[in-house]
Design a protein around this ligand. Structure first.
Ligand code: PEP
Ligand code: CO
Length: 458
């Protein structure tokens, strides 16, 4: 962000806020709808639909984040890079929830502290793109901006932004949320018993013995708890589970931004935890303007080019009252840059005295292309950045309080490496993501176990 950009943010921050005040600023990464009347109609409809989450859930999440800021919890955020309407299915939702809850159990047990569980789903339908257009074989079309805007097929019809997709995104989010709530409400025993987990990959890991011991010990603890309480794990009151997405499509976010009885201010009731993506934090003041006025906790993606003083100013605009549990900084530096870029940021934020939670997105700084032009991420780089994140925080008198991951419960082959050591040639076998490569079920569980290992060494 240039300092000039920043002055605009500071100016915006001092003026009155309203759910639509972002419209006075330039909004990057927005779709251009050819039919503006149809857009207005869809937004009116959205504005009348019921919320997807409640204000008291949002405030409960904020309290959990405040605990994480004090070092009493670990924050786990994970899910798809981009959800798709076609994958709003029972299997995909169940498997994704399963892997996240299994990871959280590994973390609770291994770190001996409660975990804040946040899914990257039930609304993760809008994507920032590096270019407004895409060219293939001499044909140029508008870029795919996520299912909330257009369709990924490379045809002129598919790429036209369609406002009806806003309603479809809302309804897929509502269906995903509904099923997720039912699943976490109890009875889903697979989540709690490692004997039901698919741990076949462990044999292939050099740390097989350590992982087996961890899984056995989780199993013993769960059985012990069940014996003591006389209740099956999973039948007890539901676990807390929250949702998140990138607050990118500002018309959509505005339509779900509401006042609620007996609370001050406005809440974004489309999700518990919206975050600002790297491309709109640094260049786009409209997103910052929108986010500063809502009461939800907010995430800020922090990339390698952010200057420490700009980050502190941004935090001040977004959290002028220094509320605990409001600000989560999601750094995504890449394994090769984190040691150089992160220490100065940690120091500046520390000196500012702002309460923040630092978490590490070890996916987005480690994206690369294979010789065949397939977008991938190498497990060893993801792991390397994770290890360095723990170390850099420790060495700078700070604490890494959580992780942000792109993952799926499906057996995809999108990231290489891991215990089974997937290679570039495996990527063709089961590559399903329309945007970024995700960890598969096994890689995600392996990473959770490696996080425990590293955290306890730090
Ligand atoms: C994302 O989280 O999918 C993403 C686009 O990240 P970033 O804004 O950090 O590039
Ligand atoms: Co992504």
């Amino acid at each position: 962000m240039t300092s000039n950009d920043f002055l605009k943010v500071a100016d915006a921050g001092s003026a009155a806020w309203a759910p639509d005040s972002w419209q006075n600023l330039v909004a990057a990464q927005q779709a251009t709808y050819p039919d503006t009347a149809a857009l207005e109609q869809a937004l009116t409809e959205l504005g009348n639909l019921p919320p997807l989450v409640t204000s008291w859930e949002i405030l409960a999440l904020q309290r959990q984040i405040a605990e994480a800021q004090r070092g009493e919890r670990f924050f786990l955020q994970g899910g798809d890079c981009a959800e798709s309407f076609a994958e709003c299915t029972s299997t995909v939702i169940t498997n994704r929830l399963k892997v996240l809850l299994q990871m959280s159990l590994i973390l609770v047990h291994g770190l001996q502290m409660p975990v804040v569980r946040v899914g990257r789903f039930a609304g993760q339908y809008a994507k920032p793109r590096s270019s407004d257009t895409e060219t293939r074989d001499g044909v140029t079309l508008p870029s795919y901006r996520g299912d909330i805007v257009n369709s990924p097929e490379f045809t002129p019809e598919a790429r036209i932004p369609d406002p009806r997709r806003l309603i479809q995104a809302y309804s897929c989010s509502a269906q995903t949320m509904n099923f997720t709530r039912a699943l976490v409400d109890g009875g889903f025993a697979d989540l709690h018993h490692p004997e039901y987990w698919d741990l076949g990959w462990v044999e292939h890991s050099p740390l097989a013995e350590e992982f087996h011991r961890l899984a056995e010990s989780i199993g013993r603890s769960v059985r012990f708890m069940e014996t003591i309480s006389g209740k099956q794990a999973g039948s007890v009151k539901r676990v807390d589970f929250y949702t998140s997405h990138e607050a990118l499509h500002l018309h959509y976010e505005q339509a779900l931004t509401r006042k609620v009885p007996r609370q001050d201010g406005y809440f974004n009731l489309s999700t518990h935890f919206p975050w600002i993506g790297m491309r709109t934090t640094s260049r786009d003041n409209a997103h910052v303007e929108y986010m500063r006025g809502i009461r939800n906790p907010v995430g800020i993606k922090v990339g390698p080019s952010v200057e420490p003083s700009d980050l502190v100013k941004l935090i001040e605009v977004l959290n002028p009252d220094r509320e605990a549990g409001r600000t989560v900084l999601i750094h995504r530096m890449g394994a090769s840059q984190i040691e150089e870029r992160l220490p100065r940021l940690i120091k500046a934020v520390k000196d500012s005295g702002h309460p923040v939670l630092w978490i590490s997105d070890t996916m987005h700084g480690n994206t690369e292309s294979t010789a065949d032009g397939i977008k991938t991420r190498r497990f060893r780089n993801i792991m390397k950045e994770m290890e360095l994140a723990f170390e850099v925080h420790r060495d700078n008198g700070s604490r890494l309080g959580g992780v942000h991951l792109e993952l799926t419960g499906e057996n995809v082959t999108e990231c290489t490496g891991g215990a089974r050591d997937l290679v570039d040639a495996d990527l063709r076998r089961a590559y399903k993501s329309t945007v970024d490569p995700r960890l598969n079920y096994e890689q995600a569980l392996e990473l959770a176990m490696l996080i425990v290992r590293k955290h306890n060494q730090s």
